[in-house]
Design a protein around this ligand. Sequence first.
Ligand code: F0G
Length: 459
Amino acid sequence: MATFVPEPFRIKSVEPIKQTTRAEREIFLQEAGYNIFNLRADNVYIDLLTDSGTGAMSASQWAGIMLGDESYAGARNFFNFQNAVRDIMGFEFVAPTHQGRGAENVLFSIMVHAGQVVPNNTHFDTTMANILARGGNPTNHVIPEASNPAYDHPFKGNMDIAALEAFIEKTGAENIPLGMITITNNSGGGQPVSLENIRQTAEVYHRHGIPFFIDACRFAENAYFIQQREPGYREKSVREIAREIFAVADGCLMSAKKDALVNIGGFVTMRDEELYRQVAQELTLREGFPTYGGLAGRDLEAMARGLYEGTDEDYLRYRIGHTQYLADSLLEAGIPVLRPSGGHAVYLDAKQIAPHIPASQFPAQAVTAALYLEGGIRGVELGSLMFAHPHPQTGEWLYPELELVRLAIPRRVYTQAHLDYVVDVAKHVFENRKSLPGYRIIYQTKFLRHFTARLEPIS
Ligand code: F0G
């Protein structure tokens, strides 16, 4: 039996969710063109589309909402938020933004110029797109073990230090305006990065005179993995580890919709005052005055309180245990999942579940559609629907190595019984896997087609 960590909270307020019948879901799915992005959320029973902005706030955060100071400039909640960032991360200057990609836009518009390159372990889609939008070139240098779904590695999000070093030598540091690392590595399966690897990455960037920024959405989950898995950190608190992580960086970008436990918000933070002045000017132009940056005072208060709650060790033990419980229960049922389980999500290996469906007929899409049809569960396809693209010269379709279905777990939202239900539905889908149909696309856009594509099953 998979072990579990009981919830370190009780439930004060509930939100009804609707169970639908299979016959109803058949119609909803058909109307949605078999694309879960086109479903109405009301018709989803367990929504595992994302862990971003979908968490439950605490009684203290809701109380903080009522203490929002909605002054245009210098609201008290900004100072509470600034103090929380200084205390937990150790950066002097902080600029709030409406969410993570707002922070990316502001920072990259100042730092990244056409033709320049920004390395990372693996860029998240919006980070990549915001660099491309400036004419820059985002590159990924995660360790090669990251692309093997069955390979167990405690820090599968690590940067390949030798590859990074060689890449900088080849590219020339003068063409790299900043270097990044993403903790945890979302696009690589929510896998953590070790503190040793973060330090080595910082050392390589700094030796070449390149500023080092961390994409820190899930830094608390990453710090907890360091405490549990990296030799020498068992006795350190998560907050001490977080301070050690940020101590080697020049700043960070954060979508607060993850580890700061809010429904909306983000920020960019740094040590350098001159950079902050430029950020503040850009912020005023695009997001809002530097003490609110596109958020209400109440949002800043929720974020300040959320930063402390997201780094609470009882919470993190439960959070990581909760995800692990789902992964272990699926494995026990014989269902192939990406190993080891990440912090915020469990990834089903659709290539193994539906080997009879070729990549051109979207095996991960087939599993995603079946989870909704059989149980009203919404995961998200990370396979050929999202990533396949034609070769720029030959036009031949290139398919990704992995065909995954991400089940992202909202924070403090679903109980263990909900997870057991997910396992039961996944078992049912797995037992009937041979009858899963492939899909063909009947409508698609040129870019980011997975969001709006319409499909139909191939009979
Ligand atoms: N960086 C990482 C690593 C992310 O996972 C995300 C968002 C962002 C930046 C952008 O933040 O959404 O607040 O603008 N990830 C979400 C997800 C959308 O589903 O994984 P945002």
